[in-house]
Design a protein around this ligand. Structure first.
Ligand code: SF4
Length: 726
């Protein structure tokens, strides 16, 4: 029985991180009879947060009202014909016709693969579904990728390589049953705060719980840990292999589980034989004894691993994910309460995007884009003749192709690549060179907006209806609490309106593939594509979500309830039901530090900000934690460089240079530098006309993992020098 709502209240879901907390949005009627959002509180009935909210979630209402907020919103469609012109306000009809006309013209002239869509893990599942169908079913290209490529694609590859499907097997509830929690490449105290509160509660209830954190920085999560393993950047596989070496040496592997439920252990055993704790210690800098202790605690369990961008945003991210899952398989720490590999999603609906297959390398319902049978099945469900057979361009490839002219047009939805993509100078060149750039976004003030030939104003949190899936496979409803801002329209609806105009040109006189009138109609078609698949949500109607609240998949039609944990029967999602050990090898970071670039730069999130700050940047109080961008360094490095706290420094990589103040931090080891990823171009001190600090992605590299195609945003070699003020 859910808590009754008071008049003016609406149940919804937080739009920030992948924890997926439930919120109750409070609204009031204005003098003009409209509804405005006046407050937000945690939903006591939501199983992710049970009423709690972090600083970001608790200020959602502040990010949806006020003068600063209104200055940022895109209120009406805009268009320009010539580059260099200002965009002018136009009608929706004119904008939709122009976008459809230009895309159809470019496809006819250069072929289907000359256009691309770059979308976002912040879209709702219904939005994602329509865009995916538009690209693959109508335009005939797999060139649709998402900013989730920068975030979770290595976790996807890691699951598929070992367990056979992109399905996180655990639940948040497993924290309450774990004996050991192994956190690798994640700082949930900042990036997943409510999940971290749940970990703190679990530790308080079970003081014997051991928490291990593997992270180059002594983050807040690492400071709280029972054991911090301060690994050198990028050396995770050396650490994981050495832990497996210890398990083998000490007889801690579970032979009967390995024989009954897995394949490939012998080859991996030969690989890790040479990765002794002493050798690994030389590579990753962690004391040998601590590696041995971590291995013993991991094998004893029940062990739950929490991991995120530190593993994923790497040129060997898939191998890192798989090497961690190897540890779970070898010690049978999977398929039981309190145990398993548990990837934490960064964005609110990265999971939903994966479910609809809304990326260049995926198909709807966790189908394989390389399988003719899978493609035929979706073509039949969609009512089209065939789907394109080869994978499309992923995020980095898409902007590389715009830069070299092989991709002519891009439609960017709900994301800000001119700030968030690595190697910014190339990305900006790409956007300048593109023949046609469409930006569909709720915000008109992003770094990407000046590159757009057409701006389509979209609704955002508080204004739109649909669903999202959080890290634990839990699907929650997102609900509108007020009318759209200005002339903004829902993302799925804009996609449908363009699609119907494209159909008139690309497949005239045929029935429309896009006859949806509501997000629920889109949801129902998506559900149908999942039937019989590992993520079957055939039973999960809007009505059931309304009556019973958020639910975890799979939830087939006729199911008695949701599925809390996967693989309890130790049958995995491979053809023969056996998990696969991935025989991966340690690879160093793509760009080693050297005499010219001696600092290892890493990037990450702050506690109170979200992504490029389109939303959190309008809330004054969220800047009290960190008011402006800075580079965090060890105090010894600051002294050695002849700098003082607060002095400006040049940070230079092989791709660019930025200037920002220096901050001393005990979290940093000598030789390491940290810059938060939230800021783009900023006036230092907040004064327009002052010195501009460019974002950290001017420095990062577009080198990517060969399997997941996720770029190495977590590491770049840089040099740091005192900035001479002019
Ligand atoms: Fe929102 Fe994440 Fe904070 Fe929950 S933990 S309130 S989902 S930002």
């Amino acid at each position: 029985m859910m808590t009754p709502l008071r008049p003016g209240e609406v149940r919804s879901t937080c739009c920030y991180c992948g924890v997926g907390c439930g919120v109750i949005v409070e609204t009031q009627e204005t003098a003009r009879g409209a509804r405005e959002i006046t407050g937000v509180r945690g939903d006591p009935d939501h199983p992710a947060n049970f009423g709690r909210l972090c600083s970001k979630g608790a200020s959602l209402h502040l990010s949806a009202t006020g003068h600063r907020y209104e200055q940022t919103r895109a209120a009406h469609p805009e268009m320009r014909i010539e580059r260099g012109e200002q965009r002018r306000r136009i009608s929706w009809d004119e904008a939709l016709a122009h976008v459809a006309g230009r895309f159809a013209e470019i496809v006819r002239k250069h072929g289907s693969d000359s256009v691309g869509l770059y979308i976002s893990g912040q879209l709702l599942t219904e939005d994602y579904y329509v865009f995916n169908k538009l690209a693959k079913g109508l335009l005939g290209t797999n060139n649709i990728d998402s900013n989730s490529r920068l975030c979770m694609s290595s976790a996807v590859s890691g699951y598929k390589l070992t367990l056979g499907a992109d399905a996180p097997p655990c639940s948040y509830d497993d924290l309450d049953h774990a004996g050991t929690v192994f956190i690798a490449g994640a700082n949930p105290a900042f990036a997943h705060p409510i999940l971290y509160r749940r970990l703190e509660d679990a530790r308080a209830a079970n003081p014997a719980m051991r928490v291990i954190v593997a992270d180059p920085r002594r983050t807040d999560s690492a400071s709280d840990a029972t054991l911090h393993l301060p690994i050198a950047p990028g050396t995770d596989i050396a650490l994981f292999h050495a832990m497996l070496h210890v398990m083998l040496w000490e007889g801690l592997v579970d032979r009967s589980f390995i024989e009954a439920h897995t394949e490939g252990f012998d080859a991996l055993r030969d690989t890790v034989r040479d990765m002794t704790p002493a050798i690994a210690s030389g590579l990753c800098g962690v004391p040998t004894d601590d590696i041995v202790t971590a291995a013993r605690w991991f094998a004893t369990g029940p062990t739950l691993s929490l991991y995120c961008q530190g593993l994923n945003q790497s040129a060997s991210g898939s191998a890192k994910n798989a090497a961690l899952i190897n540890l779970h398989l070898a010690s049978a720490q999977i398929g039981k309460r309190g145990a398993g590999p548990f990837s934490l999603t960064g964005q609110p609906n990265a999971m939903g995007g994966r479910e609809v297959g809304g990326m260049a390398t995926m198909l709807s319902g966790h189908r394989d884009i390389n399988s003719a049978a899978d493609r035929d099945e979706i073509a039949r469900l969609w009512g089209v003749d065939a789907l394109p057979a080869t994978a499309g361009k992923t995020a980095v490839e898409m902007f590389d192709s715009l830069a070299d002219g092989s991709l002519k047009a891009v439609w960017i939805v709900c994301t800000n690549p001119a700030q968030s993509m690595p190697n910014q100078s190339l990305v900006r060149q790409a956007l300048k060179r593109a023949e046609f750039v469409v930006l569909q976004d709720a915000y008109a003030n992003t770094a990407t907006a000046p590159f757009a030939d057409v701006l389509l104003p979209a609704t955002t949190w508080g204004e739109k209806e649909g669903t999202v899936t959080n890290s634990e496979r839990r699907i929650s409803r997102v609900r509108a609490a007020r009318a759209p801002y200005g002339e903004a329209r829902d993302d799925w609806r804009i996609a449908v309106d363009v699609a119907r105009r494209l159909e008139a040109q690309l497949r005239p006189a045929q029935p429309s593939l896009f006859s949806y009138r509501t997000p629920e109609a889109v949801w129902n078609e998506h559900r149908a594509t999942t039937i019989g698949r590992d993520l079957d949500i055939g039973g999960l109607s809007y009505a059931l979500l309304e009556a019973q609240g958020p639910q975890q998949w799979p939830y087939p039609a006729g199911a008695a309830g949701a599925t809390e944990r996967l693989y309890l029967d130790h049958r995995f999602a491979t053809r023969d039901g056996r998990a696969r050990f991935a025989n991966v090898s340690y690879q160093p970071v793509a760009e080693a530090v050297d005499a010219r670039h001696p600092f290892a730069l890493t990037t990450g999130r702050l506690r109170d900000q979200w992504h490029g700050m389109s939303r959190t940047g309008t809330v004054e109080k969220l800047f009290s934690h960190m008011p402006e961008p800075c580079v965090e360094l060890n105090a010894r490095d600051i002294e050695r460089l002849g700098l003082d706290e607060g002095a400006l420094a040049h940070l230079t990589s092989r791709r660019g240079s930025i200037v920002m103040p220096v901050k001393s931090s005990e979290a940093m080891q000598p030789g390491q530098a940290f810059v938060a990823m939230h800021w783009g171009e900023e006036f230092l001190g907040g004064q327009p006309g002052g010195r501009v600090a460019h974002g950290v992605n001017s420095l990062t590299t577009g080198v990517y993992d060969p399997v997941s195609r996720q770029p190495e945003l977590k590491h770049a070699a840089i040099r740091i020098m005192k900035a001479e003020l002019s």
